[in-house]
Design a protein around this ligand. Structure first.
Ligand code: GLC
Length: 425
């Protein structure tokens, strides 16, 4: 594909969001993902914010329609039925209106809310929207702390690869090995009818994904029981770094809409999180890695999530992380591959095992920029725009050739184009 002029490209990005709009919420893409996804919506709201602020706020409100009483913001909100996706609401068996899945995803909502508020052109409206959302964010972060770190270690647990947002990362392989493959639900995958199975997770991985869903459903979707029962219990470096960032953004919102007690609680959580994230630093790898919370070991795969502490405001190893990035980029053409390209598990075309995701790039670039590593930030942003400019709004990209994979109308890729067009203007 030839490159399009940049203005035409931002028009095309807006058109993708409008096409994927289903009435106040945006599907990640038609057919493959026909509902509202948690972290997708947070990025997408930031994208809408560039040209339609009321629509951006609506995106967040619609996601929060799915919030549970205990504060959990679910991974998927099933606003309208669709046969195009498995597992649908009947497999999750969650009692909620609208129906939702029973797990969560990396928490980007507070970051989206703060950004929309800080950059608004309509201050009164944005104040009203953000103050209405603030208590829900507070409840969501309280849920993370109480449901997923009851021992106050400073690191929250994720209980399913889908909760990490990086579903098929090689970081989870050794943990998934101990998850049984029996399922009580019948597996009727739809993804492989939309996309080449060679790019998607394997059948055995899907059995394990659904085994966990069956197990949690049997535990009544009760947070403490799920935490105890799950054979998949990981301190994901990605989720913990994104949560640290979200806590900082929530703290800024608390200064405007919250109480002194709210601020003290958030500060106390941040004070625990930062040293805990530091325990995941791997000097020899020059990167942060996730930890198995059952066996206690650091997980062996180096993935792009390991750069995200920079986005979380943990800047101590910024110079080493810049070096690590350089060594990865000596082996591929485009930043940032999702797995270390020197690693034997690196697969440039398969889901989360090598390809580049625009949203992850946006966070890593933001992290390097805020840590004073401008060259890395510029490189990542330029590569991201070059990939989108060449291939369109693909779900992800091959870091060795630049090929776009997974269809050309992904909402969050379009949202990142809009953010980068503004930031690099
Ligand atoms: C896939 C991704 C996940 C994303 C979802 C919708 O499941 O792994 O991160 O939220 O698709 O785009």
């Amino acid at each position: 594909m030839t490159e399009r002029p940049q203005a035409a490209h931002t028009d095309a990005a807006r058109a993708v969001l409008r096409t994927n709009d289903r009435g106040g919420y945006t599907v990640p893409t038609d057919r493959l993902y026909p509902f509202q996804w948690n972290w997708d919506s947070a990025f997408v709201a930031m994208g809408w914010g560039i040209f339609d602020e009321p629509r951006a706020w609506q995106e967040l409100h619609r996601l929060l329609e799915g919030q549970w009483e205990d504060g959990l913001v679910p991974q998927i909100v099933f606003h309208a039925p669709s046969d195009d996706y498995f597992p649908g609401p009947e497999v999750w068996g969650v009692q909620h209106d609208p129906p939702t899945s029973g797990i969560t995803q990396p928490p980007v909502l507070a970051t989206a809310t703060r950004r929309l508020l800080d950059r608004t052109r309509d201050h009164a409206a944005a104040e009203a929207e953000a103050s209405a959302i603030y208590p829900k964010l507070l409840a969501s972060h309280r849920w993370w702390a109480e449901a997923r770190d009851p021992g106050r270690t400073g690191l929250v647990a994720t209980l399913h690869p889908w909760e990490t947002g990086m579903d098929n990362s090689p970081a989870w392989d050794s943990i998934l090995d101990r998850v049984p493959t029996e399922t009580t639900s019948e597996i009727r995958r739809r993804d492989t009818t939309h996309i080449d199975p060679a790019f998607r997770p394997r059948a055995i991985d899907y059995q394990r994904f659904i085994h966990l869903v069956d197990l949690f459903r049997a535990e009544g979707w009760e947070a403490a029981r799920m935490l105890r029962a799950s054979p998949f219990r990981v301190a994901d470096i990605g989720t913990n770094a994104i949560l640290a960032r979200a806590e900082r953004d929530l703290l800024a919102l608390a200064a405007r809409f919250g109480s002194a007690a709210d601020r003290a609680t958030i500060e106390a959580r941040l004070a625990r999180a930062e040293p805990a994230i530091e325990t995941l630093w791997q000097e020899a790898a020059g990167l942060y890695r996730s930890r198995d919370l059952i066996g206690g070991e650091i997980l062996p795969a180096s993935t792009s999530a390991g750069f995200l502490p920079l986005f979380g405001g943990v800047h101590r190893h910024a110079a080493q992380l810049a070096k690590t990035l350089e060594s990865w980029l000596a082996r591929v053409r485009y930043a940032v591959p999702s797995t270390d390209p020197a690693h034997p598990m690196f697969e440039p075309l398969r889901y989360w095992r090598g390809p580049v995701w625009a949203v992850v790039n946006w966070m890593i670039a933001e992290g390097f920029a805020s840590a004073g590593q401008a060259a890395q930030a510029t490189r990542i942003r330029a590569d991201t725009r070059a990939l989108i400019g060449r291939e369109g709004f693909s779900e992800y990209f091959d870091p060795t050739t630049g090929q776009g994979i997974g269809g050309g109308t992904f909402s969050w890729t379009a949202a990142i184009e809009l953010l980068l067009a503004e930031e690099t203007a």
